[in-house]
Ligand binder design. Structure first.
Ligand code: ARG
Length: 249
Protein backbone atom coordinates (compact mmCIF):
# COMPACT_ATOMS: atom_id res chain seq x y z
CA UNK A 1 0.00 0.00 0.00
CA UNK A 2 2.74 2.39 1.04
CA UNK A 3 4.63 1.52 -2.10
CA UNK A 4 1.64 2.20 -4.33
CA UNK A 5 1.11 5.56 -2.66
CA UNK A 6 4.73 6.49 -3.11
CA UNK A 7 4.65 5.53 -6.77
CA UNK A 8 1.43 7.48 -7.26
CA UNK A 9 2.89 10.51 -5.53
CA UNK A 10 6.02 10.26 -7.62
CA UNK A 11 4.12 10.16 -10.88
CA UNK A 12 2.00 13.16 -9.86
CA UNK A 13 5.18 15.05 -9.05
CA UNK A 14 6.84 14.05 -12.28
CA UNK A 15 3.78 15.05 -14.28
CA UNK A 16 3.47 18.45 -12.68
CA UNK A 17 7.17 19.03 -13.22
CA UNK A 18 7.02 18.03 -16.83
CA UNK A 19 4.31 20.49 -17.72
CA UNK A 20 5.67 23.10 -15.38
CA UNK A 21 2.91 24.04 -13.00
CA UNK A 22 -0.06 22.47 -14.76
CA UNK A 23 -0.70 19.14 -13.08
CA UNK A 24 -3.12 16.76 -14.75
CA UNK A 25 -5.73 17.47 -12.05
CA UNK A 26 -5.71 21.08 -13.19
CA UNK A 27 -4.47 22.55 -9.95
CA UNK A 28 -2.01 25.20 -10.93
CA UNK A 29 1.17 25.00 -8.94
CA UNK A 30 4.05 27.33 -9.37
CA UNK A 31 6.62 25.40 -11.34
CA UNK A 32 10.01 26.40 -12.58
CA UNK A 33 11.23 26.16 -16.14
CA UNK A 34 15.01 25.90 -16.13
CA UNK A 35 16.73 27.18 -19.25
CA UNK A 36 20.37 26.34 -19.86
CA UNK A 37 22.19 28.89 -21.98
CA UNK A 38 25.59 30.43 -22.60
CA UNK A 39 25.17 34.16 -22.07
CA UNK A 40 28.10 35.22 -24.24
CA UNK A 41 26.09 35.63 -27.39
CA UNK A 42 24.56 39.08 -27.93
CA UNK A 43 21.88 39.91 -28.97
CA UNK A 44 20.43 36.47 -28.09
CA UNK A 45 21.78 36.15 -24.55
CA UNK A 46 24.24 38.29 -22.66
CA UNK A 47 24.87 39.86 -19.27
CA UNK A 48 23.61 43.33 -18.53
CA UNK A 49 23.87 44.80 -15.07
CA UNK A 50 23.66 41.48 -13.27
CA UNK A 51 20.85 40.16 -15.45
CA UNK A 52 20.84 37.85 -18.43
CA UNK A 53 18.97 39.61 -21.22
CA UNK A 54 18.50 39.19 -24.96
CA UNK A 55 16.14 37.75 -27.55
CA UNK A 56 16.28 34.18 -26.20
CA UNK A 57 15.87 35.32 -22.58
CA UNK A 58 12.77 37.31 -23.51
CA UNK A 59 11.23 34.61 -25.69
CA UNK A 60 11.88 32.09 -22.89
CA UNK A 61 10.20 34.37 -20.36
CA UNK A 62 7.16 34.65 -22.65
CA UNK A 63 7.04 30.86 -23.04
CA UNK A 64 7.30 30.36 -19.28
CA UNK A 65 4.52 32.85 -18.71
CA UNK A 66 2.25 31.02 -21.14
CA UNK A 67 3.00 27.77 -19.34
CA UNK A 68 2.32 29.35 -15.97
CA UNK A 69 5.78 28.88 -14.56
CA UNK A 70 8.76 30.93 -13.49
CA UNK A 71 11.83 31.01 -15.68
CA UNK A 72 15.21 30.27 -14.23
CA UNK A 73 18.26 30.87 -16.42
CA UNK A 74 21.43 28.87 -15.96
CA UNK A 75 24.58 30.24 -17.60
CA UNK A 76 27.00 27.45 -18.56
CA UNK A 77 29.55 26.61 -21.26
CA UNK A 78 27.91 26.29 -24.67
CA UNK A 79 29.22 22.79 -25.20
CA UNK A 80 27.67 21.61 -21.88
CA UNK A 81 24.11 22.64 -22.71
CA UNK A 82 23.04 19.43 -24.46
CA UNK A 83 24.37 17.26 -21.61
CA UNK A 84 22.59 19.51 -19.09
CA UNK A 85 19.29 18.97 -20.91
CA UNK A 86 19.93 15.29 -21.49
CA UNK A 87 20.51 14.72 -17.77
CA UNK A 88 17.40 16.76 -16.86
CA UNK A 89 19.41 19.31 -14.89
CA UNK A 90 17.81 21.85 -17.19
CA UNK A 91 14.39 21.58 -18.84
CA UNK A 92 15.45 23.26 -22.05
CA UNK A 93 18.51 24.51 -23.85
CA UNK A 94 18.07 27.85 -25.55
CA UNK A 95 21.20 29.54 -26.79
CA UNK A 96 20.88 30.57 -30.40
CA UNK A 97 21.28 26.86 -30.88
CA UNK A 98 21.36 25.63 -34.45
CA UNK A 99 19.36 22.55 -35.35
CA UNK A 100 21.74 19.90 -36.70
CA UNK A 101 21.26 16.23 -37.56
CA UNK A 102 24.01 15.35 -35.12
CA UNK A 103 22.41 17.18 -32.19
CA UNK A 104 19.08 15.56 -33.05
CA UNK A 105 20.63 12.26 -31.99
CA UNK A 106 20.93 13.61 -28.42
CA UNK A 107 18.00 16.01 -27.96
CA UNK A 108 14.63 16.88 -29.45
CA UNK A 109 14.21 20.31 -31.02
CA UNK A 110 11.20 22.62 -30.93
CA UNK A 111 9.89 24.36 -34.02
CA UNK A 112 12.45 26.91 -35.19
CA UNK A 113 12.13 30.51 -34.04
CA UNK A 114 14.90 32.26 -35.98
CA UNK A 115 16.95 31.95 -39.14
CA UNK A 116 20.65 32.62 -38.88
CA UNK A 117 23.86 32.43 -40.83
CA UNK A 118 27.46 31.54 -40.13
CA UNK A 119 29.65 34.38 -41.32
CA UNK A 120 33.38 35.05 -41.51
CA UNK A 121 35.02 37.96 -39.69
CA UNK A 122 38.43 39.09 -40.96
CA UNK A 123 40.78 42.08 -40.66
CA UNK A 124 39.77 45.06 -42.72
CA UNK A 125 42.20 45.49 -45.61
CA UNK A 126 43.77 42.07 -44.96
CA UNK A 127 44.44 39.36 -47.52
CA UNK A 128 41.29 37.31 -46.91
CA UNK A 129 38.68 38.62 -49.31
CA UNK A 130 36.48 35.55 -49.65
CA UNK A 131 35.82 32.12 -48.18
CA UNK A 132 38.20 30.64 -50.79
CA UNK A 133 41.10 32.38 -49.06
CA UNK A 134 40.53 30.59 -45.74
CA UNK A 135 42.41 27.37 -46.54
CA UNK A 136 45.54 27.02 -44.45
CA UNK A 137 44.73 30.02 -42.24
CA UNK A 138 44.11 30.04 -38.47
CA UNK A 139 40.39 30.16 -37.81
CA UNK A 140 38.94 31.08 -34.42
CA UNK A 141 35.61 29.72 -33.17
CA UNK A 142 33.58 29.34 -30.00
CA UNK A 143 34.15 25.78 -28.79
CA UNK A 144 31.41 23.30 -29.69
CA UNK A 145 29.46 25.64 -31.97
CA UNK A 146 28.56 24.93 -35.56
CA UNK A 147 31.32 27.38 -36.52
CA UNK A 148 33.72 25.01 -34.76
CA UNK A 149 32.24 21.98 -36.52
CA UNK A 150 32.42 23.58 -40.01
CA UNK A 151 35.93 24.92 -39.51
CA UNK A 152 37.23 21.61 -38.14
CA UNK A 153 35.57 19.58 -40.92
CA UNK A 154 36.60 21.91 -43.73
CA UNK A 155 40.13 22.97 -42.70
CA UNK A 156 41.25 20.38 -40.14
CA UNK A 157 41.76 20.59 -36.38
CA UNK A 158 45.24 22.06 -36.70
CA UNK A 159 43.85 25.19 -38.30
CA UNK A 160 41.19 25.82 -35.67
CA UNK A 161 41.62 27.82 -32.46
CA UNK A 162 38.81 27.16 -29.98
CA UNK A 163 37.77 29.77 -27.42
CA UNK A 164 35.23 29.45 -24.62
CA UNK A 165 33.58 32.72 -25.74
CA UNK A 166 32.98 34.06 -29.24
CA UNK A 167 34.16 37.50 -28.11
CA UNK A 168 37.55 36.04 -27.15
CA UNK A 169 37.98 34.67 -30.67
CA UNK A 170 37.15 38.08 -32.13
CA UNK A 171 39.62 39.80 -29.79
CA UNK A 172 42.33 37.33 -30.81
CA UNK A 173 41.60 38.26 -34.43
CA UNK A 174 41.79 41.98 -33.65
CA UNK A 175 45.19 41.33 -32.01
CA UNK A 176 46.43 39.45 -35.07
CA UNK A 177 46.75 36.09 -33.30
CA UNK A 178 44.42 34.36 -35.76
CA UNK A 179 43.28 35.12 -39.32
CA UNK A 180 39.50 34.76 -39.24
CA UNK A 181 36.52 33.91 -37.05
CA UNK A 182 33.51 31.84 -38.10
CA UNK A 183 30.48 32.76 -36.01
CA UNK A 184 26.75 33.52 -36.19
CA UNK A 185 25.82 36.73 -38.03
CA UNK A 186 24.12 38.74 -35.29
CA UNK A 187 26.80 38.22 -32.61
CA UNK A 188 29.34 38.91 -35.39
CA UNK A 189 27.80 42.35 -35.98
CA UNK A 190 27.91 43.15 -32.26
CA UNK A 191 31.51 41.96 -31.81
CA UNK A 192 32.74 43.77 -34.95
CA UNK A 193 31.15 47.00 -33.72
CA UNK A 194 33.07 46.62 -30.46
CA UNK A 195 36.48 45.93 -32.04
CA UNK A 196 38.34 48.28 -34.41
CA UNK A 197 39.46 47.24 -37.88
CA UNK A 198 37.32 44.16 -38.49
CA UNK A 199 34.81 43.36 -41.23
CA UNK A 200 32.32 40.60 -42.03
CA UNK A 201 32.64 38.94 -45.45
CA UNK A 202 29.48 39.34 -47.56
CA UNK A 203 29.33 35.68 -48.48
CA UNK A 204 27.64 33.50 -45.84
CA UNK A 205 29.44 30.36 -44.71
CA UNK A 206 26.20 28.46 -43.99
CA UNK A 207 22.50 29.05 -43.42
CA UNK A 208 21.00 27.78 -40.19
CA UNK A 209 17.93 27.81 -37.98
CA UNK A 210 17.66 28.16 -34.21
CA UNK A 211 15.39 26.06 -31.99
CA UNK A 212 14.97 25.07 -28.35
CA UNK A 213 16.37 21.72 -27.20
CA UNK A 214 14.58 19.44 -24.72
CA UNK A 215 15.44 16.00 -23.39
CA UNK A 216 14.80 13.28 -25.96
CA UNK A 217 11.30 11.93 -25.56
CA UNK A 218 10.04 14.74 -23.32
CA UNK A 219 7.03 15.21 -25.59
CA UNK A 220 4.87 16.89 -23.00
CA UNK A 221 7.32 19.76 -22.55
CA UNK A 222 8.14 19.86 -26.26
CA UNK A 223 4.45 20.21 -27.13
CA UNK A 224 3.95 22.94 -24.54
CA UNK A 225 6.96 24.86 -25.89
CA UNK A 226 5.85 24.44 -29.51
CA UNK A 227 2.35 25.61 -28.69
CA UNK A 228 3.71 28.68 -26.89
CA UNK A 229 6.15 29.44 -29.72
CA UNK A 230 3.39 29.19 -32.33
CA UNK A 231 1.23 31.61 -30.38
CA UNK A 232 4.12 34.01 -29.84
CA UNK A 233 4.88 33.93 -33.57
CA UNK A 234 1.26 34.50 -34.55
CA UNK A 235 0.54 37.34 -32.14
CA UNK A 236 3.71 39.21 -33.14
CA UNK A 237 5.51 38.88 -29.80
CA UNK A 238 8.61 37.29 -31.31
CA UNK A 239 8.88 39.94 -34.04
CA UNK A 240 8.47 42.64 -31.44
CA UNK A 241 11.27 41.17 -29.28
CA UNK A 242 13.60 40.70 -32.27
CA UNK A 243 12.95 44.25 -33.51
CA UNK A 244 13.95 45.68 -30.14
CA UNK A 245 17.32 43.90 -30.24
CA UNK A 246 18.16 43.95 -33.96
CA UNK A 247 17.95 47.12 -36.00
CA UNK A 248 16.48 46.72 -39.48
CA UNK A 249 19.57 47.62 -41.53
N1 ARG B 1 24.40 28.74 -33.55
C1 ARG B 1 25.64 28.19 -33.13
C2 ARG B 1 25.45 26.75 -32.68
O1 ARG B 1 24.38 26.32 -32.43
C3 ARG B 1 26.29 28.99 -32.02
C4 ARG B 1 25.49 29.18 -30.79
C5 ARG B 1 26.27 29.79 -29.66
N2 ARG B 1 25.39 30.20 -28.62
C6 ARG B 1 25.76 30.76 -27.45
N3 ARG B 1 24.83 31.13 -26.63
N4 ARG B 1 27.02 30.91 -27.17
O2 ARG B 1 26.38 26.01 -32.56
Amino acid sequence: MKKILAVLLMSVMVMSLASCGKSSSGTAQAGVLVMATNAEFPPYEYHEGGDIVGIDAEIAAAIAEKMGCTLEIEDIAFDSIIAEVDSSKADMGMAGMTVTEDRKQSVDFSVTYAVARQVVIVKEGGDIASIDDLAGRKIGVQQGTTGDIYASDDYGDDNVERYSKGMEAVQALAQGKIDAVIIDNEPAKVFVSENEGLIILDEAYADEEYAIAVRKGNTELLNAINEALDELKKDGTIDEIVDRYISAN
